[in-house]
Each structure stands twice: as structure tokens, then as C-alpha cells.
Unconditional design. Structure first.
Length: 243
């Protein structure tokens, strides 16, 4: 489980300080549930529900941890440790972290992140947390829409004129569009959508977007290789050196 370094939250608004306190309080019972389920599994309890409880609680913990990280990252701003990072390697680690949830929901994960894309200068923990939050959101959105392994979720990295584009894609435009729309509700930018995806999808996308904002980029609806997704563009390291 990730441990976050304590940071000064005085720069946060009163609203965000309240949410931060709430998130930290919710984390404790969820952590207790996750560890109890893990102990049950280690002791040989043959119960599929224990595995489901463990995966669900770990997803909730990840969402809370990543939200706290987004608030801390936004507060720290220029103090974030930026380093050369392979986005393909981050995507690989994010896919590994997403595997238990994808397996539980019956969603196939695919990785399309070749080594041809240049390194970027970024805060690696925030970047990986953004992809994990986004992945959990879209896994749940696909599952709640009745999608199966016939609609895989692809973690992809490619290059365009703007830089290195990294995101998650699937063959269902309505899934990614509505998940993004739900996240905008939390930003207060749009009204409640009429379609019936879980609100958790919007929450995960909202957290991912907040993390990308702390990295000076934005999450956007994207299309690549005839698939629809949500992605962010990161300037490659050599492009930053020219600025």
C-alpha cells in the first residue's frame, strides 16, 4: 500500500480540507476490511466472496489514496519531484495494479505501450495513480454496461505532434464519453447525465483528471486506431529541454 508523505494543506480550500479529512477517515475501516479478507485468504478459507471483498476494498482504498495524493500534489506544485520517466513502464505497472479488478469484473486488459515513445519529465507516483484511477473507473463502467471480454480495455501510449499521448481505450464510445461527463459533474461543469452508469466511474475519472492537472496536463476524450478513450498528452523530455 502506498504511503503518502505528510504535507502542508493550508493552501487547500475549506471544501477540499473537509474532503481530505473525510477521505483519511474512510481509509481506516476499508483498510481493516481489506486486511481481514487477506488474512482469511492466507488461512486457506475457500470462499470466493473473500476475494471479492478484498478486491473491492483495495479498489476503494486506491481511489482514496489517489484522491489524497491529488490534493497533496496540487498543494505542493513546483515542489513535486520531477524525473525522466518511461510512460510505457508506468503503463505496464498500472496494468499490473489493475489486473485483480479486471479479473473480478471479467474485463480483458491489453497493453499497447511500445518503447518508441520518448521519456517524459513527470512525477511518477502521480502519473501511475492517474492511470490506475482511470482504469478502475472504466473497468467498472464497462462491467456495469454489460460489456464482457469481447470489449477489452487497452492501456495505450503513442506519439503525436503535441507529445506523448497516454490513456485508456475501448470500443465503446458511450462508455468513455459518459464516464468523462460524470467527472465533469463533480467539477460542477455539467448536469447529471440521463444514462445509467455507476457514479463510481465519474469519481475515478475526476480523481485521474485532478492528478493530471497537478502534472500540468488535462484529461481529454480521445480516439485512436478506431477506439475511444480518455487520454492526456505529456511533453517529451527532449521537447522540454528546447523550451
Amino acid at each position: 500500500m502506498r504511503q503518502h508523505k505528510a504535507t502542508d494543506v493550508e493552501a487547500l480550500s475549506d471544501h477540499n480540507q473537509l474532503l481530505l479529512s473525510l477521505a483519511q477517515q474512510l481509509r481506516q475501516p476499508l483498510l481493516h476490511i481489506a486486511r481481514r479478507a487477506e488474512l482469511g485468504r492466507l488461512h486457506g478459507t475457500d470462499d470466493e466472496s473473500l476475494e471479492n471483498i478484498l478486491v473491492s476494498s483495495e479498489m476503494a482504498l486506491s481511489l482514496i489514496d489517489n484522491y489524497v495524493l491529488s490534493l497533496q500534489s496540487l498543494t505542493r506544485g513546483d515542489d513535486l519531484l520531477m524525473e525522466p520517466v518511461s510512460v510505457a513502464a508506468v503503463m505496464h505497472d498500472a496494468a499490473h495494479e489493475l489486473s485483480p479488478a479486471a479479473k473480478q469484473y471479467g474485463i480483458e486488459l491489453q497493453l499497447d505501450a511500445g518503447s518508441r515513445c520518448e521519456a517524459v519529465s513527470t512525477h511518477r507516483p502521480s502519473l501511475q495513480a492517474a492511470f490506475v484511477s482511470l482504469g478502475h473507473a472504466l473497468i467498472e463502467a464497462l462491467a456495469s454496461s454489460g460489456a464482457t471480454a469481447q470489449t477489452p480495455l487497452k492501456l495505450a501510449v503513442h506519439r503525436n505532434r503535441g507529445g506523448v499521448v497516454a490513456g485508456l481505450y475501448c470500443g465503446r464510445e458511450e462508455i468513455t464519453a459518459e464516464a468523462f461527463r460524470r467527472s465533469q459533474i463533480l467539477h460542477g461543469n455539467v448536469r447529471q447525465p440521463h444514462v445509467g452508469l455507476s457514479a463510481a466511474a465519474g469519481t475515478g475519472v475526476f480523481v485521474a483528471d485532478a492528478l493530471f492537472q497537478s502534472l500540468a496536463t488535462k484529461l481529454k476524450v480521445s480516439r485512436w486506431h478506431h477506439e475511444y478513450g480518455l487520454a492526456a498528452t505529456l511533453p517529451p523530455l527532449n521537447q522540454l529541454q528546447l523550451v
